[in-house]
Design a protein around this ligand. Structure first.
Ligand code: MLC
Ligand code: AMP
Length: 507
């Protein structure tokens, strides 16, 4: 195959009049029309002087056009680099600078903020809006609806997904065609996807879950997606009778359960509900089954590895577990200090190896070496335990990470900013249980001497630099941070102290 990712996911559908995307306004887009758009985009990207292996940064709202940029990158051998539209100019500056992206696509409303950022990083800025308008689509209209697919090897890079780090610096996870394809093939088979499937697609398409898991599997099977701009409970309810599957983060399921219109009858046409990206409470699993008769299938993955484990399609889907390693994935539980494999049943670090595991972090050999062993095992930073039947349970994290509504937030990034604010001596950011988002960040501050902290201005100071979902939901001032004898801040003590902060809030 000349270009395994493109040929398998997209090229295989050339000329097909079957529907690929169904939009919430009733419009449909066939595979052929989608591929025509992607070819025009690929032609334009080529005419902009991009060469295979160059990066294309994309910070645009979810739309069929946004997905076609992904297909265009695959067809022209470019590396797709999607970014959350919530990121601020400062955050985008880091990604552009670090990745060396040569072209950046953004919404027209962001041009004033991003033009200087793109200029300073040497990237050409083009616009592509959620309704398909913008300089990119105008220029693409001059290109033919077919494009000579660029030859690529399965080992060539297809995407960079940035993931934050415990030091506060984001790292570009390098994923090859083979990483993406192998995982899509395994999942499509394990979860029995066929051309008859209609997936309710309400996830963002700048992360692994919505982009690779949901989209690649549908493409592989030749099915349809009801493509929604975002998760909206009314839209999900309106379209569920036409769908067969839903993939979501736990917040999707708790929000659905909070809705009396979500009934067994409404879900009757659905064959599969998948949850992942954050822990699904066993209680949610049980409530869901009581309401619909369906058992949510929970799986476990990450940006660096795609999906690692899954509960079985046939067989018991166990609440509170993430199932078994997927075919081709090796998984072991190790001692966090020595790296030695632990006996079955013990709690330790989860390590994985397989065709799904990424190639390393872009231009960060030291960080890569810290997490990716020479023998190919990736140290996930998650703590787990395998039960007597082989089910993996995730029991915690060995990394300082908060997951809010499926978005990862690294406390260090926020702490570094809080520490810079007037009157702040030091800070600790912790994840506190939240009824809607699962966890949410809270900032604990210590004042410098007698300084009176102006919490509103501190909030504003942090907000200017950070995407909205990373903003601490509360700031709390304490006389000092609890420390152990080594002087390390004891975040567990803080988490225990503040765990009830949001317990009265309605989901
Ligand atoms: C939105 N907000 C969030 C947030 N999402 N804040 C914290 N955490 C989040 N996840 C902000 C909004 O900007 C808004 O701010 C306010 O919170 C309320 O917004 P909302 O309307 O209630 O939120 P909504 O837009 O409905 O989004 C919630 C959500 C969304 C859960 C539907 O966050 C979502 O789709 N999450 C999925 C993330 C995802 O795909 N993760 C996969 C990562 S891949 P304001 O100020 O405007 O009120 C991965 C690997 C794997 O982890 O295993 O899959
Ligand atoms: P990300 O870096 O955004 O890909 O997030 C990956 C992290 O999400 C993993 O390392 C886990 O901590 C977490 N995660 C993903 N799926 C699950 C799950 N089913 N249960 C618990 N945590 C999960």
């Amino acid at each position: 195959m000349a270009n395994p990712l493109f040929d398998t996911l997209f090229g295989a559908h050339a000329g097909k009049d079957a529907v690929f995307l169904r939009l919430t306004d009733g419009t449909t887009i066939t595979y052929a029309a989608f591929l025509g758009m992607a070819a025009q985009y690929a032609g334009l990207l080529r005419s902009l002087g991009l060469e295979p292996g160059d990066r294309v940064a994309v910070q645009i709202e979810k739309s069929p056009e946004a997905l076609a940029v992904y297909a265009a990158c695959a067809q022209s051998g470019l590396i797709f680099l999607p970014l959350n539209p919530a990121y601020t100019g400062q955050e985008v500056h880091y990604f552009l600078n670090d990745s060396g992206a040569r072209v950046m696509l953004c919404d027209t409303s962001k041009v004033d903020a991003l033009a200087p950022v793109a200029r300073s990083c040497g990237a050409q800025l083009e616009t592509l809006n959620a309704n398909g308008t913008g300089t990119f689509s105008v220029k693409a209209a001059d290109h033919p609806a077919d494009f000579q697919t660029v030859t690529r090897d399965a080992g060539d890079l297809a995407a960079f997904l940035y993931t934050s780090g415990t030091t506060g610096r984001s790292k570009g996870a390098m994923l090859t065609q083979a990483n993406l394809l192998s995982n899509a093939q395994v999942l499509a088979s394990e979860w029995r996807f066929t051309a008859d499937d209609v997936l309710l697609h309400a996830l963002p398409i700048f992360h692994t879950h919505g982009l690779f898991v949901a989209t690649n599997i549908t493409l592989l099977a030749g099915g349809q997606m009801i493509f929604m701009p975002k998760f909206d409970v009314d839209q999900i309810i309106a379209h569920m009778p036409d769908a067969t599957t839903l993939m979501g983060v736990p917040t999707f399921y708790t929000r659905l359960l909070g809705e009396p219109r979500f009934t067994k009858e409404l879900a009757a046409h659905m064959r599969l509900f998948v949850s992942g990206s954050a822990p699904l409470l066993a209680e949610t699993h049980v409530q869901f089954e009581n309401r619909t008769g369906a058992r949510i299938l929970e799986r476990y993955g990450m940006t660096e590895t795609n999906m690692n484990t899954s509960n079985p399609y046939d067989g018991a889907r166990r609440a509170g577990t993430v199932g078994f390693p997927l075919p081709g994935v090796e998984l072991k539980i190790t001692d966090s200090v020595t790296g030695a494999e632990l006996p079955q049943g013990e709690i330790g670090e989860i390590e994985v190896r397989g065709p799904n595991v990424f190639q390393g972090y872009w231009q960060m050999p030291e960080k890569t070496a810290e997490e990716l062993r020479p023998d190919g095992f990736f140290i996930t930073g998650d703590l787990g335990q395998i039960d007597a039947d082989g089910y993996l349970q995730i029991v915690g994290r060995n990394k300082d990470l908060i997951i809010s509504g499926g978005y990862n937030i690294y406390p260090k990034e926020i702490e570094l900013l809080l520490d810079l604010q007037d009157g702040v001596l030091e800070s600790a950011v912790i994840g506190v249980p939240h009824p809607d988002f699962g966890e949410t960040p809270v900032g604990i501050l210590v004042a410098d001497g007698d300084a009176a902290l102006d919490l509103d201005s501190i909030k504003a100071g942090v907000a200017a630099s950070l995407a909205r979902f990373k903003h601490p939901q509360r700031l709390i001032v304490v006389p000092e941070l609890p420390r152990n004898t080594m002087g390390k801040v004891q975040k567990k003590a803080l988490r225990d102290l503040y765990k009830g902060l949001f317990s009265d809030e309605q989901p």
